[in-house]
Each structure stands twice: as structure tokens, then as C-alpha cells.
Ligand binder design. Sequence first.
Ligand code: BGC
Length: 716
Amino acid sequence: MGTARRWLSAAGTMASVLALVAVPGAPAHAAGRCGDPAERPWCDTALSADQRAALLVPKLTDDERISLLASDDPLGGPLGGFIDSAHADTNNGIPRLGIPPLYMADGPAGVRQGQATAMPAPISLAAGFDTTAAQRYGATVGWEAKHRGNDLIFGPTVDVVRTPRNGRIFEGFGEDPYLSAMTGASWIRGAQAQGVMASVKHFAVYTQETDRLKLEMKVEPRTLREIYLPPFEGAVKDGKAATVMCGFGRLNGRWACQDGSMLNKVLRGEWGFKGFVPSDHTAAQDAVESANGGLDMELPIGFKYNAWMLKNAVSQKQVTQETIDGHVRNILRTMFAFGVFDRAEYPNDLGRIDRSASETAARQLEEGGITLLKNTGGALPLKAPKSIALIGKPANENPSGFGSAQVQPFASVTPKSGITARAGAGTKVTYNDGGNRGAAADAARSADVAIVFASDSQGEFFDKGCLTLACAGFFGTDGDALISEVAKANPNTIVVLETGAPVTAPWASQVKGIVEAWYPGQQGGNALARVLYGDVDPGGRLPVTFPASEGDAPAANNPAQYPGVNAAVTFSEGVMVGYRHYDSKGITPRFAFGHGLSYTTFGYSGLSVRPDSVQVTVTNTGSRTGTAVPQLYLGLPSPGASVPQPPRQLKGYAKVTLAPGQSTKVSFPLTQRSLAYWSEASDSWQVAKGCYRVMVGDSSRDIAQKGAFAQGGGAC
Ligand code: BGC
């Protein structure tokens, strides 16, 4: 199926999900696995999901209710990808009552269990600054999850990056809450339109792998609300996420999967979440606390949510039957709402996956995320060089992060094969793995252009030991030293980074060009070749700041902040996370948040500023068609010394492709929430009186237009 047809089918699926809403007076009818509504009234598709769940719950025995509250698959979890070829987890359902099984799979970068299309890492999607792309990404992953026989996909990961050492940066959307929220909600809309449930993770705060299973995180309410919660709030309110996975560790003393202040009060009470909460694998700690704290389904198996513990808890009056039934209702209601009862099981059928449509999506999404960090003297795009030396092992691989966001690709186009094919017969392309620096330098010296590849090594279970390429670990090559050596040998050296997160890039001044391709997915080589040759403009902008040195990074100089003391971390930097940290401390990063070059240049003019909208005209001032990512930052007034405000915060962005000389007007809508801070005094969002500074430009440090407006009786 071509892309267009897939989008049509997505719309059709959405229509059928919406059709599950009750139509008064409609005749009872049924389809799928539920059964005859004459005998099983909850099978009547004319009723609402709520009504159907309310009819079904009383029919379940106590044991059946409890059995729905945990997966039945002991081989679940991240290792399930290797052991069980189909799913991460399975809840067997209850055939007696027509309750179908629920099949679940990882994950955020494509289906983890079994082969699938390896998408570019989610961090590269965030670099795209493009909600349409995020929806297409989610649609591709959701489509494949469905045709691998899954009802639910564990993704997206929206944990905001606190330390650049975090091992799971590649699978999330970077350091800014607004960008993460917009990207995550769009991903979810795309995935769920295919008829699968998404599971946004890991609620509520999860920022490091070190001590992850037992970590105590001390986070102030304002920091929670302004930095770590917005991506989840966006996922629930805008993305309509079906499920929210609670994470590991303890937030302010409460284990994430039994934290009623988050799961019951904020998620359900304030945000109106109506789906269900599965636990991360083994994250449930205590049956009573989890049941009362808001956990609906334990994964990977009922270590706590089993008949013995939960019946005992009810008979001891530690948990009410109504609480248990509430969890059952949440699960069933969501299954009804997604039509699980009313359709056949999704077959696990590779033949139904249109691999070429997925590959096109993977390639184009990667092109949209490849970030050109440096381009001296127009070194790129390549101008048909006679010879190119490719150096470094990642040139011959498509690196990826490891853990539950790793994907076994259907096929893989490496940079070496992609560039060789694009270069054509007139160009000699050589490859040297960089293992021997002298030989690598010789190879570089004898070519017109040297392209040196470097990767980091990151993934689930471990944080990175450092931010240089010297500790990239598994590749066994000191990438920083190799790059310097190659740069000495060839003045036309381009670096291609295939990292999942920021690196310090100490050699930045020695090379002509730097391209961050992230973990590029299975079409990485083709996407990269097209960008290097200028067939397409590099679409990416940094969703994470690249520090100039380790010590400049957030939370880098105080063990109590990171990695923690006695498995406890204090988020004492408050809201000064990511670029907010560098800006508030006046630290110049290597490459700023939002930075990324086009092959053309853009000018900004005609800024118009109102409290509910900012508009600006963007013009392509260069000689090639290219893609601009105008970014809107606001500097909020501080209501008092106890509420320090970051110098600027991202509040809007757009992505526009313009021909040479072409202009377009871009509008950034603002809401009261865009202007608000979280007041700990009133436990609510408040808009401070004062002057709101407006900044629009190509990055957080490249501001082209400035303005201001006053609010709350303040003045500018
Ligand atoms: C990860 C989750 C993942 C789960 C299942 C856990 O270790 O933290 O993100 O969904 O495994 O593979």
C-alpha cells in the first residue's frame, strides 16, 4: 500500500474508533470476538465504552477480575524481544465472556519483537521540529505493530533529558518540554489512528539509568509541572493516549507505580485520563499500595497483582473491591473504546506490512532530522568529488541504541552503500575502519574529501560514562583522536556523527563540516547520501544542547544532583534544564539548542507581537530551496526571587520550505498557558504581571527579531 492509501486507511480506522460512541436508539449489533449482544449485552457496539464496561464487570468472578490486572507472559520485558518473537507481553483475556487477549510490543523506534522497519531514533524525529512528521512516524510504527499482531505499543518515550549522560536519550524527544509534548502527542495520534493503543512512558519522572530500579528523585512541584510533566500532559490531553506506563524509582518518596498523587490526582483527576496505567516491567512494588495508588495492570506478570495478594488485601480491608473493579473497568473501557472486542485478532502477518512505504517514511523522516552543525566555506553539499575516503566503523553500520527501543531491521542501507550508490561511477569511494589511525590518515590524504564517522554507545540499563567519543565503548575506537588525525591529513574533512545524544566534539574547529545523523534507522545510508549531496536540505535542528566540555553540562559537578548519593538525586537545578541551564549560567555551548544549518540562508522581518499570537515573515535569502525552522522563545517575567525564570523558553516553532527569494508569514499562537508559571503557593498555573520578551530566530542562540508585550497590568 502506498503512503497515500495508508493515510486513507488511517482515517478510516479513526472513523471506526469514533463510531464506537453510543448512538441512541441504534439497533444492537456485534462483530468480532465479543459474541451475541442478545446473550452478552456488553457486546452491543451501539453502547458507549463506559456502558459496556459497566455491564461486563459484574459478570466477572473475583479471580477473573484479578487475572485482567496483569500480563500472563513470564518472558515479557526487554529480553522478550529475543525470546518471544511476537510480543513483549500478553494478557490472555477471558474467552468465557468474550474478552479477547491483549497483545503488547515495544517500542518507540519501531516494533521491537520480531523484525520490523528500524525507524531513525526518536531523538532524530525530535530534531525534525515537525509535528506532521511525528504523526507519520507514529503511523508507521502503529501500522507495523498492528500487522505484527499487537493491540498496544509501548511508546513513545517522552522523558525530558536532564543529564546528557542518560543512556536512553536516543529514544526520547530531547531536553525541551514543549517540543517533547508536541512531538509525543503527534506520534500518538498517528499510531492510534491505526487502531493500536499507545503507551506513553515513563510516568512521571525518569531521567537516568544509574540506580534506575531504586532511585529516589527529589523534585520540587514547579519543576515537575514546568519541565517533566508537560510531555505527559500533552500525550493525554492532545494525543489522547490510551495508556500511560508508570516507571521505575521513587518520586519524592513515592514509587512511580503506586504514586496516587500522580496517577490518581494529576493524571486522572486533573488531566481527565480515562485509559489504563500499565507498570514498567517489575516496577510494581507492593500490591496494596499499587492498587490504591492507581496502577491498573502489572507487567510483565502478576508478581503483586495475583489472586493471593489482592484477595488478601481486599479481605483485610486494605483495598476495597471498588478499587479493584475500577482498575478492571479502566482496562475494559479502553479495550472497548479501541474496538478490541469488535474485530478479529490482528494477524501477525509480515505480508501485510508494506515495507516500501515504511522504508520511504524511515528515509524521509531521517532526512528531516539530519542536523548540519557546521559547514565552513560551503563544504557541503558535496560537489562531485573525484574521490571520497569513508573512515570509521559506523560508516559500515547503522548504529542504534540498545534495550527495549532497539529494532531488528528488515534490511539496512549503511552510509557506505548509500554514498557509494549516490556517488556513481565517476567517484572513487574507499572505506577504512579507522582501527589503525596511520592507515586512516593515509586513506584520508589520498582522497579529495574525507568523511569520518563516529558513534557513541548508549542504551537502556546504563548511563554513558562520559560525553567524549573516547568512551564510546563498544566500538573500541577513540573517535575524537581519529577525527583529529584525519583532519590533519585532509583539509576537506567532514564529520558524520551517528550518536544518540550530545558529545563534546573537541575537534569541532579542525574540520570543515559536521553532520549529526543520530542513530539513523535502516534507511540511514540513503538519507545521509541525499543530504550530503544536497538532493534534500538537512531538516534537523538540535533538540539537545551540545556542551563544549563535560563540566559545562547540567548536573555535571555535584554528585547529589547526578548520579546521586546513596541512590538519591536532588533536582536542585530546578527548571534550569537543558538550554535553560546554559542560558541562565551564561555558558556558551558547543552547539545550541535549536541550532542546525540549511544549505540556504533565511532572513526574518516584520515581527508582530500580541499576547495571543506572534507573527514573523521568513524569507529565503540564499540561492537554493531550503527548509527553515523558525523558533519562538519567550522570556517570562519573574513574580519574585523564589521563582527564577530561564532567559528564554521555546513556545512555538514551524517548519517551512522556501524557494530562493520566497517569503512566508509564520504565526505562532500563544495561550495563557504559554505565559504561565506553576505557582507553588496556589498550586496552580499563574500569569505573572510584567513584561514578556519575545525572541524569534534560527536557534535559541541565533535570535533575529525581538519584541515584547505586557501582561497583568505590567509594563515593558
Ligand atoms: C523498559 C520499558 C519497556 C519494557 C518492556 C523496560 O525495561 O523500561 O521502556 O517498555 O522494558 O520491554
